[in-house]
Design a protein around this ligand. Structure first.
Ligand code: PEP
Ligand code: MN
Length: 356
């Protein structure tokens, strides 16, 4: 159920409606919009009658939400959500770029890469400290030590930090150190983890599960919002198909499909989406063209020695090219792109000639 308040409803009237909803054992989510405030109602106490709510002061109408997801839907909030993380406003006019290695391997590695990421103008640094690996014998990440290195890099390079939590224990640590909590594809339907992320005050980057439908993905986001955390960014990272020429099939058509039903920002990960360095730039350009609010890309200066995902990690030089291409594309897309930092391009030795 959704309660739409009148445009002239007072703050007291909104609060009174919320109190009434909570007194019924339900949860009220007041969501201010450009024209009016909407109050989403969640809980599993059975159906409410719209007429019981329409008699309350300041209420314009109460409507049943037709979709299974509610708080993420355009019905509840017609305006796009903008999620602020560090210098980035994801879903706003400026495209957002999250770049960095798959995993934090050591301080020197992260600092070298972060320095070059910052120079390109990308606003946010990625790097896993807790890695969900297919093999239990593969590098699992540095854990809290990796988070401390990321936090140091934030101070030194002025980049907001995005890093993955793989369970509720690591989430408690990630929220202390990072600016955005990544929930990985393998955990998209880990409902206790989603609820815990919903109780955090840090924004959440929710990757699409590798076999998740759009509705399942949106329902996963709904778990986070239903706990009171409305700062969620969706991330398409490729799905499993019969196609075997790339690691996953990047489902770019899901971007406009999300935009048609949800107010949440959506970004694209062409690194996991393709698994191949030479495919990252073309798919990154395509992602921006279909309306993505930003990109997350894996970058490594020595990918042949990377602890994970080396083959899909682009060189810093290629990230610079990508950012330059995004700056040229942005006006066509009625967006802007962040400018390069002064001194950018000072690292010609890295990966020259690898880009397209
Ligand atoms: C990652 O970002 O390194 C990662 C593990 O991504 P995904 O969950 O999309 O596989
Ligand atoms: Mn990776």
């Amino acid at each position: 159920m959704l309660v739409v308040m009148r445009a002239d409803a007072t703050a007291e009237q909104i609060a009174a409606v919320c109190r009434h909803i909570e007194s019924l054992g339900l949860r009220a989510h007041a969501i201010p919009g450009a024209q009016r405030t909407a109050i989403g109602i969640t809980g599993n106490k059975g159906a409410l009658e719209p007429s019981d709510l329409e008699v309350l002061e300041g209420v314009a109408e109460a409507i049943r939400v037709s979709k299974p997801y509610k708080l993420v839907s355009l019905e509840v909030k017609p305006e796009p959500t903008v999620v602020r993380v560090g210098r980035a406003a994801i879903g706003g006019g400026e495209l957002a770029f999250i770049a960095g290695p798959c995993a934090v391997e050591n301080r020197e590695q992260l600092f070298r890469i972060a320095d070059q990421v910052a120079a390109t103008g990308a606003q946010l640094l990625r790097g896993g400290a807790f890695k969900p690996r297919t093999s239990p014998y593969a590098f699992q990440g540095l854990g809290e030590k990796g988070l401390a290195i990321l936090a140091e890099a934030r101070e030194r390079f002025g980049l907001g930090i995005v890093t993955e939590a793989i369970d509720t224990e690591s989430l408690a640590l990630v929220e202390q150190y990072a600016d955005m909590i990544q929930i990985g594809a393998r955990n998209m339907q880990n409902y206790s983890l989603l609820r815990r992320a919903g109780q955090s005050r840090k924004p959440v980057l929710l990757k699409r599960g590798m076999a998740a439908t759009l509705d399942e993905w949106l329902m996963a986001a709904e778990y986070v919002l239903s706990e009171g955390n409305y700062q969620v960014v969706l991330c398409e990272r490729g799905v499993r198909t019969f196609s075997d020429h790339s690691r996953n099939t990047l489902d770019l058509s899901v971007v406009p499909a999300v935009k048609a039903v949800s107010h949440l920002p959506v970004i694209v990960d062409p690194s996991h989406g393709t698994g191949r360095r030479d495919r990252v730039l073309p798919l990154a350009r395509a992602a921006l063209a279909v309306g993505a609010d930003g990109l997350i890309v894996e970058v490594h200066d020595q990918p042949e020695h990377a602890a994970s995902d080396g083959p899909q990690s682009i060189y810093p030089r290629q990230l610079e090219q990508l950012m330059e291409q995004a700056r040229r594309l942005a006006p066509l897309l009625e967006r802007s792109a962040p400018g390069a930092a002064a001194g950018a391009g000072a690292h010609p030795a890295y990966g020259a000639g690898e880009g397209r």
